[in-house]
Design a protein around this ligand. Structure first.
Ligand code: AHR
Length: 502
């Protein structure tokens, strides 16, 4: 049996828990929009054609923000196609995913959906095939009250109140050679700076996200951020980070340690941003928008777009089925994001429905929750107040990709007002259970409110439409509090939440 200890102290605060850390992402990709969130033929569809059963489950997931409309899709997108009478909207080729888009859903529909789902919208603009003018046009359409061409067009299209979108992504993954309109760091940095500067002439208080790297393994990683931020530092608030190369390729131990890579990614980008801050004699800090992250089995057939003359609407694409080990890793990646709440001010689990998603739907039919749904929903529900900096003592496990890593990874949050503490913990050992002892003496007299653990003797178990409930987070009866100490047994390959209160 492995043994690890944590010490919690309310004086050691990293920063606040942010609702924006629990963001997600809806792209015009595969069945995320069409037959995902939008399915007019479904019995639960509202007047806009949005599935209300999906909206209910999005609320249950606890999502804070939703990024839209892409992704790679946005780099060829003409937003004007998606506004006005639906029957006169054009169908366009989507080059990013070799599909067709009928534009039935556009910015007005998405905003109506976001308001119903109680999520904050985060809008991405096309800096692949387009530039400053089109960014200004969509901003005017969305955020100007009225009396101008595009703001009056929005009113004419049925929305009098401005959409008032605060967070805007200046393009998507512009470092990636696969991106439509891919640019060098210098070319992109200049365009992003001019776009941001002009957007602020309309609305100085926007929160602008400049593209960072599509992954820490990109050949330009680090240098890209340094060059782009050198051009844009005073014009933007956040730099993006995307990470997907988390998949079990026969090496479970390395896969379970994926959060080591995310820790390294965040700390490297923060260090690079601080280098530019020093070099440019700036005082403000640039924060990180980790606006695409997930486990993604990119080599599987599900991720292969159509080809040739086949340009389908809403094809089955990237519909990964997640197992218990995948859910443990997703829970651990969320631990990493929370641990860095001082620098990560926004994050998006990519994506929300059907496409590498926690929520799956059948066209016109059932929906079900993947295994990854549960650690996300429980963390969103119970992480409150401040994130605490922990003292951790853990045995090591050996991994091929990362060398020796802690078997235990954990983060804790404390809601001082409610007098509640939540500890989120992962046992990354592939074979051995771990006894966790937590010293909570400096937190006063706390009792156990509950402990839940997600694990299964078969970590490859995955939910389906027929069975998404046989393996769920279960009450962990080993958890106990006595004399200022919490003890709990964490099975191998497991994710847990332990909740304490006064
Ligand atoms: O989320 C799927 C794709 O992954 C997005 O379109 C793109 O930004 C990233 O490469």
């Amino acid at each position: 049996m492995l043994k690890a200890t944590l010490v919690l102290d309310p004086a050691f605060v990293v920063g606040p828990v942010r609702r924006r850390t629990f963001g997600s992402f809806v792209e015009h990709l595969g069945r995320c929009v069409y037959t995902g969130i939008h399915d007019p033929a479904h019995p639960s569809a509202d007047a806009d054609g949005f599935r209300e059963d999906v909206i209910d489950v999005v609320r249950e997931l606890g999502v804070g923000t939703v990024r839209y409309p892409g992704g790679n899709f946005v780099s060829g997108y003409r937003w004007e196609d998606g506004v006005g009478p639906q029957d006169s909207r054009p169908t366009r080729l989507d080059l990013a995913w070799h599909s067709s888009d009928p534009n039935t859903v556009g910015v007005d529909e998405f905003i109506r959906w976001a308001r119903k789902a109680d999520v904050e919208p985060m809008m991405a603009i096309n800096l692949g095939t387009r530039g400053v003018q089109e960014a200004l046009d969509i901003l005017e359409y969305c955020n100007v009250d009225g009396g101008t061409h595009f703001s009056d067009l929005r009113r004419q299209n049925g929305t009098d109140e401005p959409h008032n979108i605060r967070m805007w992504c200046l393009g998507n993954e512009m470092d990636g050679p696969w991106q439509i309109g891919h640019k060098t760091a210098h070319e992109y940095g200049r365009l992003a700076a001019e776009t941001a500067r002009a957007m602020r002439m309309i609305d100085p208080d926007l929160e602008l996200v400049v593209c960072g790297s599509s992954g820490s393994a990109m050949p330009t990683f680090g240098a890209w951020e340094a060059t782009v931020l050198a051009e844009t530092y005073s014009h933007v608030d956040m730099v993006s980070a995307h990470a997907y190369y988390y998949e079990e390729d026969g090496d479970l131990a390395s896969f379970l340690a994926s959060a080591v890579d995310m820790d390294h990614f965040v700390e490297s980008v923060a260090a690079t941003a601080d280098y530019v801050r020093a070099a440019k004699k700036q005082t403000k800090r640039i924060h990180i928008s980790f606006d695409e992250w997930n486990v993604w089995y990119q080599q599987r057939a599900e991720s292969e777009p159509p080809s040739g003359q086949d340009w389908p609407v809403a094809p089955v694409l990237l519909e990964d089925r997640y197992n218990v080990a995948d859910a443990v890793v997703v829970g651990n990646l969320l631990i990493s994001l929370l641990r860095h709440t001082d620098r990560v001010h926004s994050a998006s689990l990519a994506q929300l429905v059907n496409v590498i998603a926690p929520i799956m739907t059948e066209p016109g039919g059932r929906l079900w929750r993947q295994t990854t749904f549960h650690p996300f929903a429980l963390t969103a529900q119970h992480a409150k107040g401040d994130v605490l900096r922990l003292a951790v003592e853990s045995p090591q496990v050996e991994t091929v990709k990362f060398g020796e890593v802690n078997a235990l990874d954990a983060v804790a949050t404390r809601d001082a007002e409610a007098g509640e503490v939540a500890i989120f913990a992962v046992n990354r050992s592939v074979s051995e259970p771990l006894t966790l002892t937590v010293d909570i003496r400096s937190l006063g007299d706390l009792r156990l409110l509950g402990a839940q653990t997600l694990s299964n003797p078969d970590h490859t178990w995955a939910a389906t439409a027929d069975d998404d409930t046989s393996v769920l987070p279960r009450d962990n009866s080993s958890a106990a509090v006595s004399g200022g100490t919490v003890t709990v047994e964490l099975p191998a390959v497991s994710w847990s939440v332990i909740r304490l209160g006064a």
